[in-house]
Structure formats: structure tokens, C-alpha cells
Design a protein around this ligand. Structure first.
Ligand code: URP
Ligand code: ZN
Ligand code: ZN
Ligand code: ZN
Length: 471
């Protein structure tokens, strides 16, 4: 059935205007004033913003990690994402050395199909480069539409790849038109500092942060940027947490290196002191990279404002406090890294960013949706509100006040890292390809209704691979 969203304020990365939106067959059919509504369902958006659906470029759903598996899977994780105004997630498909990449991708398809309630796509982890991997990559890009490769510079003896692997991945990405993503921390130095701390019986959660100081993130970010320049390739740095790393990205950009940076809500509003909470509660706040000293928050906000960082990912990687985070009692290195963020990504950026005047409303849309779509080959099908695009739409009340809490969130975990935080602004209704997933703050979507999305190559549009997208 046709739908018409009436009387809302449409916000894109560049414009803010009053208009009605007519949705037909899952796409936006018309935008204008006083659109006829005789044979359409009318959705009143008076007093609300109408945003393109959020795109979360960084999730780990149903992922084995740290001796356990993340609590949220593609069902609970995407339901929570939808409640928060996200209509597409790009999840990281892990791979195993020596195994064909296509086997790992099948595992990720099996985890997600018939579960996701919103659209989704995959990035592919590259842990080693050899003839078999080099041969598989172009086929995977074409057949699976996976056009971004992730290299971990940390997690020694688990995910960490060496510099040769990173460099050769950058070269392959250049050749085939993919975007390389890095987790930028110096894993060798962290491994040494961790062993040393444990020898000294420094076992509490705070030592997680103290053994991964900002210098190891800055160093790895600078190294990855340099290798990107040398390969004349393109790079996206995930979860930038500190001034050191943001500065390395800005320096590289000023030299003309094609490098982009993502930060996450936790680094914008939480700080290192949370790791010192008593009774092991600090474990709730263990991320890699770790939370930083508070002054870094201003640097990150400023980098979002100036465009030196361009996106925000949730890095959703949720573990229960009881039974999962507790694996690290008496040894901080065994605390599973990560937290539940997928639901509150937009709320926090809107409340702390737009409402507090740190970023503009249009920047908010760019950071949470448009830029992500452009970088990861989803634009213009997703990431904006325009005739012909998927009707992935968020109707957002900019004035409602709410307190974030595990008691009311929809993630499958037993705590919320932002417990008690007051935010202004909340999605009221969320549509995925023209169908309600959330209606008046209630889930009415379809389990398995989310579609796997094949993405275009770096800098290209989905419709015709010959069309370029200026990012
Ligand atoms: O602590 C984190 N960030 N956990 C998720 C895995 C990763 O490194 O992104
Ligand atoms: Zn028509
Ligand atoms: Zn990471
Ligand atoms: Zn991550």
C-alpha cells in the first residue's frame, strides 16, 4: 500500500525543509507539498524530523570473541538497532586462516538470514594474504557485493595481521576498488605491556586502559596511513578514540592521503575513569581501544564538526556483565572487549551533538547515514531522502526526553553502558523499504524481513558501477 508522510521536516545531509513524502513499492516516489493522500495511508509527522534511516557501519552480531559469543544476534541486535533509528547495519564477517573466504561468508549468511529485521551487509576480515585469498577477493566483491576489507592491527595471536598483510590488502583494494578498514592499535606493544602488568599482579579492569595507551593507537593509525599513501590506496579507521589517532588522520588527509575516520558514542561521552568503578563494574566499560581521559572528547567532537572524522559506528559487541564480562575477574585481559551501543547511537549523537550545538542537524544526518552510504557503496539507494531511493526513514521527535536504561532497552544484555543518561530526542517510527519496523515506539517488523545488500565498489553507485560518487 502507498504511504504518505505528511507535515514533517525533512532533513538530509545538505537540506532541511517542510515536505510530504509519498512511498510506493518500498521506495520514495514523490516529495512535495500537499501530496494527495486519497489512496495512501497517511502518517502524520507534524513537529517531527524525517531523517534517512541510520546506517551503522560497525557491528559485531553473533560473534565469537574472548572465549564467548556476543549476546545480541542478528535478531535482537537489529530489533534494537531499529528502535534506535538504524535501518541498515554492516557487520564484520570473521575469517579463519587457511580456510576459503567463501566458507566464512556462508557462516555469516547463516547467522543473519531469517533473523535480521532491517537490511544488512558484510565487511570481510582479512587475516592473511596468499595466492588463494588474492584469487578469491575479486570474485567475492562481484558475487557477494562485499567491497570493504577489515584488517586488525591488534589482538595478537587472535585476529592480528602483520604489516605485510595490511600493505598487500591495501594494494589489492586499490586494484579492485575496495575500502580497507583497520582496527589501529599496536598489538605487539599491547601484548608486552599486558604480560608485564599481569606479572605485577595488576589485574583490575583499569589496567586494560593503562596497557593500551593512546600512543599505541596513534602509532598504528599513523603507520596504516603511511602504508595507505605508499600503496596509493584508501583507508577507513574504525573506532577512533583519542586525540593522537585523530591527529594522525588529519595529518594524512592534509597530505592528500585517502583516509577516513569513524568514532563511536562511547568515546564521545564516557571516559577512562569508568574503568575504575568498584566491584568489577569497570569491566562494563572495557573496549579496545579503551575509553580515554575526558579531554579527548572535545577533540573528537571538534573533529566531527570540522570533518576530520566523518562517521559514527556503534561497534556493537555486547556481553552480559554476569557470566561474560565476569570471565575477566582476576585478569583484565580475559574481559571480553566491547559493549551494547547499537540502540543509542543516534540518540546520543543527536542529544549531545545537535542539541548541545556541537554539530549541525545536517551534519548529524551525514555522520549517521549519508557519509556511511557513500563510503561503503550504498549511496544513493540508501543514505538520503530523494525520489527513487529506498524508503528507509526515521520519524524523529526532537523534543521528547528519555533516560537510557537497561530496564527499557531492547538489546539482549543485562546492562547499558549509558545507564541513567538523559537524552533529548527519540525515533518514534522507523520504516525499512516503506514498511514499518517500529511504529509509535512499538516493534511491528518481520523477523527475517531484512535483506542482504550487495554493495558497490569504493566511490561507485550501486545502479551502474560506472557512476562515481563524490564522497
Ligand atoms: O572492544 C571492542 N571494540 N570490541 C569489538 C571488537 C573490535 O575491536 O572492534
Ligand atoms: Zn507515479
Ligand atoms: Zn576493533
Ligand atoms: Zn568493532
Amino acid at each position: 500500500m502507498k504511504k504518505v508522510i505528511k507535515n514533517g521536516t525533512v532533513v538530509t545531509a545538505t537540506d532541511t525543509y517542510q515536505a510530504d513524502i509519498l512511498i510506493e513499492n518500498g521506495t520514495i516516489h514523490q516529495i512535495g507539498h500537499n501530496l494527495p493522500s486519497n489512496d495512501a495511508e497517511v502518517i502524520d509527522a507534524t513537529g517531527k524530523f524525517v531523517f534517512p534511516g541510520g546506517i551503522d557501519p560497525h557491528t559485531h552480531l553473533d560473534m565469537p570473541f574472548g572465549g564467548t559469543v556476543t549476546k545480541d544476534d542478528f535478531e535482537t541486535g537489529t530489533i534494537a538497532a531499529a528502535f534506535g533509528g538504524t535501518t541498515t547495519v554492516i557487520d564484520f564477517c570473521l575469517t579463519n586462516k587457511g580456510e576459503p573466504l567463501k566458507n566464512s561468508i556462508k557462516v555469516w549468511h547463516d547467522k543473519s538470514k531469517e533473523k535480521a529485521v532491517i537490511d544488512y551487509s558484510f565487511h570481510l576480515m582479512i587475516g592473511e594474504i596468499n595466492d588463494q585469498v588474492l584469487e578469491e577477493l575479486p570474485t567475492i566483491m562481484k558475487e557477494e557485493g562485499i567491497t570493504s576489507f577489515k584488517v586488525f592491527m591488534a589482538y595478537k595471536n587472535v585476529f592480528q595481521a602483520d604489516d605485510e598483510t595490511l600493505f598487500r590488502t591495501l594494494l589489492a583494494a586499490k586494484e579492485h576498488g575496495a575500502l580497507v578498514m583497520v582496527h589501529a592499535e599496536n598489538g605487539d606493544v599491547i601484548d608486552f605491556l599486558t604480560k608485564k602488568a599481569l606479572e605485577l599482579n595488576q589485574t583490575d579492569p583499569i589496567y586494560h586502559a593503562l596497557t593500551r595507551p593512546p600512543e599505541v593507537e596513534g602509532e598504528a593509525t599513523g603507520r596504516a596511513a603511511t602504508l595507505t599513501g605508499l600503496a596509493d590506496s584508501q583507508l577507513y579507521v574504525v573506532h577512533v578514540s583519542c586525540a593522537e589517532a585523530a591527529r594522525k588522520i588529519a595529518e594524512a588527509r592534509s597530505k592528500g592521503i585517502d583516509i577516513w575516520g569513524e568514532t563511536c558514542p562511547q568515546y564521545l561521552v564516557l571516559d577512562q575513569s569508568y574503568l575504575e568503578k568498584p566491584n568489577f563494574e569497570g569491566a562494563k566499560y572495557v573496549w579496545s581501544p579503551p575509553l580515554r581521559e575526558k579531554w579527548n572528547q572535545d577533540v573528537l567532537w571538534n573533529a566531527l564538526k570540522t570533518g576530520e572524522l566523518q562517521t559514527i559506528g556503534s561497534d556493537q559487541c555486547s556481553f552480559d556483565f554476569d557470566g561474560q564480562k565476569s570471565l575477566g575477574k582476576g585478569d583484565f585481559s580475559k574481559i571480553p572487549n566491547g559493549g551494547p551501543i547499537i540502540e543509542d547511537r543516534l540518540s546520543i549523537l543527536f542529544s549531545e551533538g545537535v542539541k548541545k550545538g556541537r554539530i549541525s542537524l545536517n551534519q548529524f544526518v551525514d555522520i549517521t547515514s549519508t557519509k556511511v552510504a557513500k563510503l561503503f557503496g550504498l549511496y544513493p539507494k540508501k543514505g538520503t531522502i530523494a525520489v527513487g531511493t529506498d524508503a528507509d526513514i526515521v520519524i524523529f521527535d526532537p523534543n521528547v526526553e528519555r533516560t537510557i536504561s537497561a530496564k527499557t532497552h531492547h538489546m539482549a544484555v543485562d546492562y547499558n553502558a549509558f545507564e541513567g543518561m538523559e537524552v533529548i530526542g527519540e525515533p518514534v517510527s522507523v520504516l525499512s523499504r516503506g514498511e514499518f519496523v517500529i511504529r509509535d515506539k512499538a516493534f511491528i517488523g518481520t523477523i527475517g524481513g531484512g535483506k542482504y545488500i550487495k554493495r558497490a565498489r569504493y566511490g561507485k553507485t550501486l545502479e551502474t558501477e560506472n557512476n562515481s560518487v563524490p564522497i
